[in-house]
Ligand binder design. Structure first.
Ligand code: FEO
Length: 180
């Protein structure tokens, strides 16, 4: 008797997502290298850090497929896109990649719901939450970049004021940073 506890369809979908997470890592790696070459060291560090996170996502899915009695297949990874022309374009592109990735995660959760595969449904929730965090984080970075890069002096000052406020001590926890 087979010990497989995911459907063939779910196994294939998870496998596709595993490869997509590897692709996400390629995007961050490529953009991180681009940033480093252009001496944007902070941005490069941010992007390299995310590359590592995407690899962890890839591995998390591989483990899940195998743990549920499936067999993960390591497939070819699409080449990373061409280098961006500016930091603004770089950030917008990675946000777009994350939004598209969220839509792919939704497909897993939708199929899990359809199949009443509650284990995968629960597994998928981790990724749903992770995507919310990533989209929010990159959106915040874009907003900061827009202020810092603005030709408007008031906007630049706002950027500095905002930085100061962020480092101000406070006792309350920001709800979105609370771990549930
Ligand atoms: Fe694993 Fe940023 O998607």
């Amino acid at each position: 008797m087979s010990n497989k506890r995911i459907s063939d369809k779910m196994e294939a979908l998870l496998n596709t997502q595993m490869t997509r997470e590897a692709y996400q890592a390629q995007v961050y790696l490529s953009y991180g290298s681009w940033a480093e070459v252009h001496n944007f060291d902070g941005i490069a560090t941010f992007l390299y850090g995310h590359m590592q996170e995407e690899r962890e996502h890839m591995f998390k899915i591989l483990k899940y497929i195998n743990d549920r009695g499936g067999s993960a297949k390591i497939e070819a990874i699409e080449a990373a896109p061409v280098h961006p022309k500016s930091v603004g374009e770089c950030l917008q592109n990675i946000l777009q990649h994350e939004i598209e990735n969220s839509a792919e995660i939704d497909k897993i959760v939708n199929l899990a719901l359809e199949e009443k595969d509650w284990a995968t449904f629960s597994f998928g929730q981790w990724f749903v939450k992770e995507q919310i965090e990533e989209e929010t984080l990159i959106g915040d970075v874009i907003a900061k970049y827009s202020l810092a890069a603005s030709q408007n002096a008031e906007h630049k000052n706002l950027y500095e004021v905002d930085k100061d406020l962020k480092t101000n001590p406070q006792s309350a926890t920001i709800p979105r940073e609370e771990k549930v």
